[in-house]
Design a protein around this ligand. Sequence first.
Ligand SMILES: [Mn+2]
Length: 314
Amino acid sequence: MNNNFKDHFYETPILITGHINPDGDAIGSALALKLLLTSMNIEATVSFDITGDLPSNLDHLPYKLITTPSEKRYKTVFVFDCGNSSRLGSLEPLVLNSEKVVVVDHHIDPTFGDLQMIDPNAASTTQVLYRIFKDEELEISKEIADCLMTGLITDTGRFQYSNTDAEVFTIAADLMSLGANLSLISEKIYGSIELNALKLQSAVIDRLELDQDLRFIYSIVYQDDYKKFNTTSSETDSLIDVVRLAKESNIALLLKEQNDGTFKGSLRSRTDFNVQQLASFFDGGGHKAASGFSSNLSIDEIIKNVKNEIRKQI
Ligand SMILES: [Mn+2]
């Protein structure tokens, strides 16, 4: 297998995808490649398994380029920000049935892919993709720079998480000189939220529970909340950042009830405490400071297990 990224642009049809219900990093990476291929007159389909709506706070990205797959079989698939093929959701069989899968990621040890371009120390997948574009002298337009910047901003919590190192700023500076609109992207992602989603936040804040000894805080979003406040789960993507604000806590968890009654958990750590290890108890994954998992246990069972795992590590 050829190890150059751009050598894989020519076996079509091409599918570009990432993890289910993609975030700014997955969408930003996928659309950056789509825009590059378009500029090279190469056709490609960008598609994700999306259970609700795409997040409205990322709609500065060219969402119109995201469609549904039309082919039964793809020759080449590019997968971004997805460490495990099960995280592809409904697109998993289509991806695994393709001739060749190129995985670009910053998660540890992806479990699939014919070619893996991985750096678990990178802050975002768009950072890995930026390096590839530079190494292989692929042109970064203003639109591509906006896509790459979006992943860099969301995965570093606007340059605040511990994964923000000097290289992140060097890349951000270069992307700005290429035309990326940092202030517009930041305002879209962090500076504005639907009023209904803001009211839902207030209900979730009301439910916060703190364990003072463990310095652990959590809250819950129920399916009923979306109905009550007339909003969708995609509008609650940044809610964990509100939960983790509590000064009394070092570890934060937000549980979101899913359609089928199971729960998705988002974990954050503000110390050396490794929430990836905590997530792995539930077969989840992510990074040291930010991780996630899914569970079909009850809320009480999940919280009991989380607290036990915290006790083991502290
Ligand atoms: Mn990512």
